[in-house]
Design a protein around this ligand. Sequence first.
Ligand code: AMP
Length: 828
Amino acid sequence: TYDQLNCRSNQLADRLHKLGVAADVLVGILMERSIDLMVGLLGILKAGGAYLPLDPTYPPARLSYMLADAGVDILLTESELRSTVPADLAQIIWMDLDRQVIENYSSENIDRGGCAANLAYVIYTSGSTGQPKGVAIEHRNVVNFLCSMRDAPGLEPADTLTAITTISFDIAALELYLPLIIGAKVIVSPREIATDPTRLLSELRESQTTVLQATPATWQLLLAGGWDANYPLKVLCGGEALPAQLAQQILATGSELWNLYGPTETTIWSTLYHVSGDRQVVRSGQALVPIGRSIANTQVYILNQQLQPVPIGVAGELHVGGAGVARGYLNQPELTAAKFIPNPFSTDTSARLYKTGDLARYSIDGTIEFLGRIDDLVKIRGFRIELGEIETALSHHPMVSQVVVVARAINPDHQSLIAYFVPHQNCTPTTNEFRSFLRERLPEYMIPSVFSLLETLPLTANGKIDRHRLPAPNFTSPEREFIPPKDGLELQLTKIWERVLGRQPISVSENFFNLGGNSLLAVQLFGEIERTYLQNLPLATLFHAPTIAQLATILRADRGSTTWSSLVPIASRGSKPPLFCAHAVGGNVLDYVSLAVHLGAEQPIYGLQSLGLDGVQTPLDRIEDMAARYIEDIKSVQPNGPYFLVGYSFGAFVAFEIACQLERQGEKIGLLALLDNAAPNLIQIRPSWWQSLSIHLRNLQRLERSAQLKYIIDRIIFRLIYQKRENSHKEFLLDRWAINLPPEYLKVLDANFRAGENYRGKYYHGRVTLFRSDIQPLAQTLHPDLGWSSLVGGGLEIYDIRGHHTNILTEPSVGVVAEKIRSFLAAN
Ligand code: AMP
């Protein structure tokens, strides 16, 4: 309760006061997130001192640097963090071990005569010259901020705010103090919960939280973790640009949304924008949400290089003046003078403006739009990072000669840090060596995901590194030894990891977090694992089993207790009738993931996967048996028709047979979409000699007459040299794929091939929609219907899709397929 908090923090304040803590004396606080943290913070403030928040996940060297740079002698901490506590401190107060001692101090609320210009806290942010820098914030800065926030976005005594931000990020102060000045409830969520969206969501529900502040990345994480319209919140979003698309998703939950902007140097947030109900935001998914107008007693100027205000619509550097402007950088008068300049628009000669380095413009309605950065500061998942600091740290590595770090998207939704380096001669450092080197110096969020070796760095005409001409990154090997997957489960997991992390190859012994994995990617990874294996593992599993091999062991152990289902929910939310997609010859359903993305979250999609991929069941080798088994599983989620079926490649046979059997059972079929496979009566599993030449008509048509002959001769030579044997279709494919499949996969593949070879098809009375690749083998161009007409009674509709057979379910073709399927689903 407030009383207990008051009492305990007064006792701590008294103890600190007796140790000499007074105005402008800094006390370090290194604690996990709990109510004791609140006692610690308030105790320091009540003693009249100021605090230096230290994140326990930071490397000890960085913590020591910050403590020394800030001249801190007293540290509040707890015994669990003993190993992180730097050795050379004059005084350590253990909040848990010393609790009884502290309770002997006075619990009275004593006025220690502090004033508004005293220091409240110092927050360290990334520094471009290689070391972090401390921003000194005074009481008046924080008081103005909290009073302004009380009015807008506003908080009521009846509200419950769950605090999830690390105290080393200044926005934590809103979470911890705003409820206190209003008399609302604050819940300090521990780190394990704050970083696991599933647990966080259930905590939010249980505690009936009404307000939550987080960075866009965390909101995205919550949405990925299943946050929806059942639980609207007052959403405070800031720390990084808010994309309109994310804003739309948040608004769709029925929440009240605020976009908050501000640098640490002007105290937490300096502008705000109420997004709810704003029609403008819906205008484009790519756009950024405006950052609005300044908070109370704050002035924002958008200026050109001559410090002249720019007209509406013209970009300039955003400058902030007023009550939030910090005292400056701790012990750095030159840097302070460069970034905190005299305010040319004020009659008060002591007034200053902070040069934010942000590019912005005014729109006609007076709101401010954020446009990006002027310098190399980047924001990744809300963390402020000076690329120069990482470059400096990495340049100290003994094997590195030159280095440049950039932030780029390596997976469509994800910005990552990429370090390009030129090694010293004859040196081949591994990614893991870099990581362990950097881990001793930088926080985890500053460690690049990718290390890419270059022989030289591209330079501009005047000899500077040309960041724009850096090539796409190549992936430096993580370890000296590469361990391939040993079975089907590991292979399937490897494929999921590769997709989520946007890189390959990945050794099964490689740590997820060393590969650039983070909480957001972990949620995507576990989402895919859940869909593929129907196993819901807590996110924390990844911390004790961070490699593919370890995760596979856990899944195998877990699987003993679950029964294998051929049904894989690729997207299981939404109320529309589900789409069932039959596996291709490989037996898994990963082919359909992009289709699911295109059809959107509201469209449930189930994949049908082969039995035997788990290495336990025996694979079925007759399409009729597969269909019968899959129908049982389909009926477990949809007991009655109409059914919507899709089959790609070999899956076309399976989907077709399912439709035939369902029809015989008297069920209705809403859609039977076959994706680029010839009918069983047409396809020749053993290709004739001339078919295996793989001459494609479209390729031929594109060529000049003389080149056509050369193309055909080339194919014949290729066939004679490389495919001397009369390969079966399977060997032919395996040769082409050139992959070493683990035994379970080979068994499934073998069974599926046999099933395909022996399937003769049936007569289906319904209608079939055939998607046909527009690059067909010559043999099949003689049959534009790919042979299906003779098996289909209800009509055959044919769509040509640009691209090769193997690309039909990848970008951009998948978009066209999805669009057609969507219109069928909508019409039914
Ligand atoms: P920090 O000091 O960690 O709060 O980072 C401040 C920087 O984050 C600002 O200078 C901006 O570049 C960026 N930033 C913070 N909030 C927003 C926002 N709502 N929209 C765009 N950028 C933001």
